[in-house]
Design a protein around this ligand. Sequence first.
Ligand code: PEP
Ligand code: MG
Length: 822
Amino acid sequence: MELDRQLIRLAASPDDKEAAIRQVGQLLVDTGHIQPGYIESMLEREEVANTYLGKGISIPHGVPKDRDLINRTGISVAQVPDGVTWNPGETAHLIVGIAAKTDEHLDVLRRLTRVLGNQELVQELIHTDDPSDIIEALTGERPVAPEEEALPDFDQGFDIVVRNRTGLHARPATFFVQLAKEFDADIRVRHGEDVGVGKSLMSILQLGVESGARIHVSADGPDAEEALTALKQAIESGLGEGEEEEVPEPAAAPALDYSWVPEQVRLTVDGVPASPGLAVGPVRQYATQDLVVEDDPASPAVEGEKLQNALDEAKAELDELYEKVKSRLGADQASIFQAHAEFLDDAELVQKTVKLIYQGHSAAWAWQTIIDERVERLKNLDDPTLAGRAVDLRDVGQRVLRHILGVEGVSTVAVDHPFILVADDLTPSDTAALDPDAILGFCTTGGGPTSHTAIIARSMGIPAVVGADADAREISDDTLGIIDGYNGRLYVDPSEADVEEARSLKQSLQVEQDAARASRFEQAVTTDGHRVEVAANINRAKDIGQAVDAGAEGVGLMRTEFLFLERDAAPSEDEQYQVYREMVEALEGRPLIIRTLDIGGDKEIPYLNLPEEQNPFLGIRGIRLCLEYPELFKPQLRAIYRAAAHGPVQIMFPMVATLEDLQRARAVAEEVREALGAEPIPIGIMVEVPSAVVMADEFAREVDFFSIGTNDLTQYVLAMDRVHPKLAKQADALHPAVLRMVDATVRAAEQEGVWVGVCGGVAADPKGAVILTGLGVSELSVNVPSVPAVKAQIRTYSLEHMREIAQRALECRTAREVRELV
Ligand code: PEP
Ligand code: MG
């Protein structure tokens, strides 16, 4: 006999016996087993007979005369964990409604009596959250989990590689879905084995499409062809994600030096710096609104209407929020609310909720159940960005739930005076609801430097610390705190003297920042007359204007892979030549170091279809890849040599680990140069692999310069993945092990008269700039916003003093000891 999930209602809480009978009856009505009149018949039976079987089970059924109201035999089950009084002294927890046309139900009854004899099983069924357990107990067969129907592709379609940095995450997926909805045609997207519905955001997100993945988009319908053309073009041009979406330089905090730590605090909360700045003020804990969801449904029609109204209200609210945030923080920050609104339009999400409502659940319970299930599924995707979108779904889920329950959205923080907000993590809606004037800083126990909180904090220009120790949540409201967004700390209950100091430090940091900006075009010369060159790291030609305006004296690292990343095929030699030439000209005589393609590791080129590697950071990346693909390497070298005719250009090879690599790369460059009849130009290498440091004396004989890539060097020396969220705090380039590597490189280079620069993130760290200069590095190439501060920093020290600090740093035992030196 059939008993499927639709006939089972878990966690029901009927007010009384009659309500319970009506619920099991309704399940049979909804599934077409009986006509509504049979429910009355079931109630009538209770007048004349006791249907309580014992051990918490009852079996309501109609009186025999009403058998003609039964369309086909069936049973339904309501599980009532809290129980409902059946008769005085008898409480039912499992209510099995029976509509038997003949005696097919006897088998079920037999099984029921067996269940009755097994108290443990009864308890299990009363509390299980898996309907299959009940089905198995009553029918003897465990249903196989309903296979999500695998959709086939449509005939017409195209293959394409998704090259958005974070794959098809919320924003590009929203863009795709919105565009798909403009057409009548049905759209499907295949990723590997999985096929999603092109007009459903949930469905697209669940495909878990990462950057570099190949998908197949197909369509069927009158305007299928137009739809496919439009979608293809949209994917090619980045699905609405502008260039500003790209990875910022690591540690883009403008460098400002201070070694201040308070003297006397009750507690220091450690975290990860997410937005620079310093602020003093009372702490305020962010409390999330707890919504209580009960499953006490009115009729499906009423519940359905509740859901529809809530969806409409939430949608209107999100439109309003979008406008509000757009005018405050710009369209980019606001677009997340468009993605939220898209969830509300998701047919799959709404349909599944409605289905549960028709199975006899309240709108609130049904919505919550479906959202929870989806959130779990997103969280389990093997992709941190998509898993992070679970926060968005939970956020929009709460918004709708609030409307279903008719609960006002309350601001959970009073805004009488500005405060440092402490939270687990903040959803986009949380932050949008906050008054920016009232927030001095954010400290969250969850999230990372790329979390929503961090992004918003940076765009609001206020300090933020994320991934903080859990005890941050224990601090009581109004306790005084100092938040240090530069170093990722929250100090609790500082002494009065500390507060005074922090306030004046904040002021002087501001003054320093202004002064650094004002003197950005002056050279970075130490108090004893030693000049350090400060250059910029850039990723594309258009960054040059900003770099020059920030006072950069050249480009110490041009990451050419960005030219290759944003497209479906490699840029031609001519295209590259135009870009390099444009840069040379914009630099007006300042030097330009062009690094040849550094692909592999964390940077992929989708169209190369490179085999997946077990350990990409240790695989075919950087120069190894160039040597493997001369069809990429040679045109790039040709373009560089041609651009060099217009100004001072130098070539730099990345990821050089062996002398053979260098010699082979040099040989290719030489062959290209000779063929072009071009002048020789300086050639250097990135020193970022430990073997290059150990063999630096040998390398120094064969190159014109070294530029130390501390980002990679740190990861390889400490064996700590540079993109590992948990290792971020420890993978410190100021670790003495890394500094000793820098020292060894500089000493080897000096022997051969080769200059050494540093282009890793630590060059922009105020302490880093001092120590590296003290170790003998002569060029610091830093992210553009840090240029003025790094120059200003150098000007405040003598070379002699920096050398002393550097020598002491080499003798330190930990990164912390090093940091305390400056
Ligand atoms: C480095 O490794 O330090 C570096 C500057 O190169 P990238 O960050 O591009 O790997
Ligand atoms: Mg590197």
